[in-house]
Write a protein that binds this ligand. Structure first.
Ligand code: DOR
Ligand code: ZN
Length: 437
């Protein structure tokens, strides 16, 4: 029986309200015991976790793996390697590949390649509309039965309210949410950064905050009306936070969750002042007041999930002039260190709030059983972090194929040192363990 003992770490597992120094035993891919001292003889392999933070493997419910179609930017292999290098053991790839994942064969393809090449678990998302054109709703039943865990047209907004209403009605049959990239395309048209101070200084056309807020307001109404589940992706603005807070406080509470990305939590429009394409993304980085309201929303539970929106692009594309470069930044390999150093270590956001938002909260939202938790019987996915050692972000060392990282050169603490998937050590101090996939 394969077994792994993780000895003497600080185990932080919000799913069990657990924060204690203990040993953790995984046998045959399942957590079997947590205790003060577990007999080392019981395990084939052990990790000395003294001085390390031990958490459930991170669950990133917003990732772009680019396979099929743009394997030059990322593959399931390179993307899942980047994942485990960031302590992420469950990856949820978006459907905006080429072709779009809108058929059973598309979902099967992702699952098959993941089985062959993946070092992390992959839980695919399927599109809401055929080809993500916003016109014709996909066969959710077929897609769900093939293994899609939820539905999203991420990368594009669903502009037609009637289509959104029907999609919410249909998805409620499967008890999973629609994930929305909320953006009014007419308001956002032609914009490159947040419509604010830096847009004025640079002369770049802006995208107003209301482009996001208007769709969130619409979708809260539609979710209330249809009694469906909605998850709002990459929230970026203060107005959106206010709408979410009000929506959740209604008497008949609509079943709405939301996510925020590490970059929206720590960066603002200022990062675009010198036309750095690595700070260009959709939705855009906004003003300091927006950033602060996102941090508050994470603290008070209005936003319950942190997801990276890891969006790899080739260097050739990101070297284009700002207005021509594609939107997106990579994020899995720096997510926890960025948040740890900028928000947890200074005391702005509690550690357990962040760990919950990166483990149990997304796993629960997508109903991933035995994931995002270290409870006995769960899947044996674990991340171990060193909270002391400071290292400088160097994208050349990333396992992702892409380097479009806005944190290049930042000095950070909180780096993952070991990652375990299903009781198997897959990442060890910078290296993917050979034969891990
Ligand atoms: O910045 C972004 N990049 N936002 C999205 O919604 C899509 C993503 C991508 O696919 O590159
Ligand atoms: Zn998006």
């Amino acid at each position: 029986m394969a077994s792994l003992l993780i000895r003497g770490g600080r185990i932080l597992d919000p799913s069990q309200n657990m924060d204690r120094v203990a040993d953790l035993l995984i046998e045959d891919g399942r957590v079997t015991a947590i205790g003060d001292t577990i007999d080392a003889q019981r395990a084939e392999q052990s990790i000395d976790a003294r001085g390390l933070l031990v958490t459930p493997g991170l669950v990133d419910m917003h990732v772009h793996l680019r396979e099929p179609g743009r394997e030059d930017a990322e593959t399931i292999k390179s993307g899942t390697r980047a994942a485990v290098a960031g302590g992420v053991t469950s990856v949820v790839p978006m459907a905006n590949t080429t072709p779009v994942i809108d058929s059973q064969s598309g979902v099967n393809h992702i699952l098959q390649i993941s089985q062959r090449d993946g070092v992390a678990r992959v839980h695919p998302i399927a599109a809401v509309t055929m080809g993500q054109k916003g016109e014709e709703i996909c066969e959710f039943g077929d897609l769900y039965n093939s293994g899609a865990v939820a539905f999203s047209d991420d990368g594009k907004a669903i502009m037609n309210a009637e289509i959104m209403r029907r999609a919410l009605q249909y998805v409620s049959m499967f008890n999973v949410p629609i994930l929305t990239h909320a953006e009014d395309c007419d308001l956002a048209a032609g914009g490159h950064i947040h419509e604010g101070h830096v847009a004025t200084l640079t002369g770049l056309k802006g995208i107003p905050s209301c482009a996001e807020a208007i769709q969130i307001a619409r979708d809260i109404e539609l979710t209330d009306f249809t009694h469906a589940k909605l998850h709002v992706q990459h929230v970026s603005s203060q107005y959106s936070v206010q709408l979410l807070r009000a929506g959740k406080n209604r008497k008949e509470k609509a079943d709405i969750t939301a996510e925020v990305s590490p970059h929206h939590l720590v960066l603002t429009e200022q990062a675009c002042l010198h036309f750095d394409t690595y700070a260009k993304m959709s939705p855009p980085l906004r003003a300091e007041a927006d950033r602060q309201s996102l941090v508050e929303a994470l603290k008070d539970g209005t936003i319950e999930i942190i997801a990276t929106d890891h969006a790899p692009h080739t260097q050739i594309e990101k070297d284009l002039p700002f207005i021509d470069a594609p939107n997106g930044v990579i994020g899995m390999e720096t997510a926890f260190p960025v948040i740890y150093t900028k928000l947890i270590a200074p005391g702005t956001v509690p550690l357990d709030t962040v760990i919950r938002a990166m483990t149990f909260a997304p796993a629960q939202r997508l109903q991933l059983d035995g994931i995002g938790t270290l409870a006995p019987g769960s899947h044996g996915d674990v991340a171990l972090f060193d909270l002391e050692t400071e290292k400088t972000v160097d994208p050349k060392k990333f396992h992702s194929k892409a380097v479009n990282c806005p944190f290049n050169g930042w000095n950070l603490k909180g780096w993952p040192v070991y990652t375990v998937v299903g009781g198997q050590l897959v990442y060890d101090h910078g290296t993917i363990v050979p034969d891990a996939s």
